[in-house]
Ligand binder design. Structure first.
Ligand code: 7PJ
Length: 266
């Protein structure tokens, strides 16, 4: 899954049209590099990011979704706002990536009324405050429990299991130790019986470990994506598509020749 952000901080701000054209070109580049899904977002949910109004978010993402109509890969809208979900789905997006895991009733209803796929992500707290003091007794067990209950609620709303994927939400109300425990224990999420998505790309946990700033976390991101896939992630949400695809091709080639590998590993 290639990340396409249409936020003023992601592209040097040369005005609205420039931003949309740049994002469109970027989206095409990611598809060429092997992205199987594009995740389009208009609001930064990084720790302490400023909230964006519905209208502003629509103004950012809708031209891009419309510009990508007919693209050869599914379009995901990275939003927790029901209005943005509905507009994006009406314009051809086929997946909703909701950091709130459809806990807002109107968000749940919006996806239920469509035939779109949905990614349910775990977070503790909200983006403004979540990194203040994250606390868990057993982070893997608690995140699993949350995702179990969200899958149940979402199936009860009439969304078939085949449409659902889950995400432990790296960096969303988690310390470095919590994030590492989740990555180490990612295999456990297979028990949920739906695909697991992992988003580690350029995140601050990688900066903490390597000492690299956000512009220089490509290598760490590729390593993290590979480790996630080895532990069962079926989708990795990444900025650096080419580098990640190359690494995964090596992993797949090695696995393909391994007569001891299980089908699950491939
Ligand atoms: C994630 C996301 C993630 C899912 C962001 C960033 C912050 N959606 N949206 N999983 N992260 N599903 O990319 O650093 O980890 S925004």
């Amino acid at each position: 899954m290639g990340i396409v952000n249409v936020t003023p901080d992601s592209f040097s701000d040369g005005g609205h049209h420039f931003r949309c054209d740049a994002a469109l070109a970027h989206a095409h580049q990611l598809m060429q590099q092997g992205a199987d899904i594009l995740d389009i977002g208009g609001e930064s949910t990084r720790p302490s990011a400023k909230p964006v109004s519905v209208q502003e978010e629509l103004d950012r993402v809708m031209p891009l979704i419309e510009g990508l109509r007919g693209a050869p890969v599914p379009l995901s809208v990275d939003s927790f706002k029901p209005e943005v979900m509905r507009a994006a789905l009406a314009a051809g997006a086929s997946m909703v990536n909701d950091i709130n895991a459809l806990q807002q009733p109107e968000a749940l209803a919006s996806v239920a009324a469509s035939d779109a796929a949905v990614c349910l992500m775990h977070k503790q707290g909200n983006p403004q405050t979540m990194q203040a003091q994250p606390q868990y007794q057993d982070v893997v067990a608690e995140v699993l429990q949350f995702l179990h209950s969200r899958i149940a609620a979402i199936e009860a709303a009439g969304i078939a299991r085949e449409r659902i994927m889950v995400d432990p939400g790296f960096g969303f109300g988690k310390t470095l130790e919590h994030n590492l425990a989740l990555l180490r224990g990612l295999d456990a999420f297979k028990e949920l019986g739906v695909p697991v998505l992992a988003g580690l790309s350029r995140k601050s946990m990688l900066g903490t470990i390597t000492g690299q700033d956000v512009e220089h976390r490509v290598h760490a991101s590729v390593a993290a994506a590979l480790l996630a896939v080895q532990r069962g992630a079926q989708i990795v949400r990444v900025h650096d598509v080419q580098a990640t695809v190359d690494a995964l091709k090596i992993w797949q080639a090695v696995n393909a020749g391994n007569i001891f590998a299980t089908d699950e590993d491939r």
